[in-house]
Design a binder for this molecule. Structure first.
Ligand code: C2E
Ligand code: MG
Ligand code: MG
Ligand code: MG
Length: 277
């Protein structure tokens, strides 16, 4: 009867929640050790000029390989790291490590590339972000103009006054700012101006069906035009096919990133990729 069914459904959700909580705890414990056991690595994905195919930058993306769990995707462990605060030391490691790597490539004679690094909201809410970034730039010697921080729309909408102050200090250092996954959050267009954003990143959900879905095509075009009107840079992510590239190029998107050019690569492979081109 209905009562039993209700009870069973409840038990089912209860068990499911339990399992999820347990997995969360398990990941949290292992993530604690991951940093010190050198299980974290950065891969780098090229960003390419849509007109001539030149590589203009790289995005640093976290990878976690655990001896028991194997390769754990960021979509699974980043939310856990954000929940328990570990994203703060892990994020600091990402900034330090990627700035060193970018500077090492310059010193090895590769052309200057922009380094894009993803930031989480919690990194803005905890003290020390400015010092972490200033310190990483100083220790590595990487020029601040070559560092771009990728923020999401939700970061700009939380705790606006403190975030504005942090962004003001970062911009004063010369660091650049981009909005990741643009169009998927609550876009408040006035923030683009207030935060002195440098570049918009069209989310891959609009790119996927860009050449077949008129709505996605319209959204992508609108974002590109918005960027042009505000004199912001524009890059599309998740570009996998020639059709998508052709559409984006025709629509005026100056830069692209995606499997069509390369997946994110370990440093040595990225360097080989750059030298081949
Ligand atoms: P994101 O910053 O939007 O990064 C783009 C994601 O799309 C990456 O997934 C990348 O590997 C993937 N990708 C690139 N080209 C293509 C393509 O052509 N097709 C498809 N289907 N996917 C493509 P990944 O590496 O799994 O990272 C997922 C998310 O995890 C990132 O999304 C970012 O939000 C977060 N993340 C990764 N590294 C860091 C980090 O160091 N710090 C923080 N806070 N977040 C990070
Ligand atoms: Mg990103
Ligand atoms: Mg993105
Ligand atoms: Mg994302």
């Amino acid at each position: 009867n209905a009562k039993d069914a209700g009870r069973n459904a409840y038990r089912f959700f209860d068990e499911q929640m339990n399992r999820r909580a347990q997995e969360h705890m398990m990941l949290q414990n292992r993530l604690h050790q991951a940093l010190y056991r050198a299980e974290l690595q950065l891969h780098y994905q090229p960003q390419v000029n849509a007109a001539d195919g030149r590589v203009t930058g790289v995005e640093a993306l976290l990878r976690w390989r655990n001896p028991e769990l194997g390769e754990v995707p960021p979509a699974r462990f980043i939310p856990v790291a954000e929940d328990c605060g570990l994203i703060v030391p892990i994020g600091a490691w990402v900034i330090e490590q990627s700035c060193r790597q970018a500077q090492a490539w310059r010193q090895a004679g590769l052309p200057d590339l922009t380094l894009s690094v993803n930031l989480s909201a919690l990194q803005f809410r905890r003290a020390g972000l400015i010092e972490t970034i200033a310190g990483a730039l100083e220790r590595s010697g990487l020029p601040p103009q070559l560092l771009e921080l990728e923020l999401t729309e939700s970061i700009l909408l939380q705790d606006v006054e403190n975030t504005l102050e942090a962004v003001r200090q970062l911009k004063a250092m010369g660091v650049r700012l981009s909005i990741d996954d643009f169009g998927t959050g609550y876009s408040s267009l006035s923030y683009l101006k207030r935060f002195a954003v440098d570049r918009l990143k069209i989310d891959q959900s609009f790119v996927r069906d860009i050449s077949t879905d008129p709505d996605d095509a319209a959204i992508a075009r609108a974002i590109i035009q918005l960027a042009h009107s505000l004199r912001l840079g524009i890059i599309a992510e998740g570009v996998e096919t020639q059709e998508q590239l052709a559409f984006l190029r025709e629509a005026g998107c100056s830069e692209v990133q995606g499997y069509l050019f390369s997946k994110p690569l370990p440093p040595a492979e990225l360097e080989a990729f750059l030298r081949r081109r």
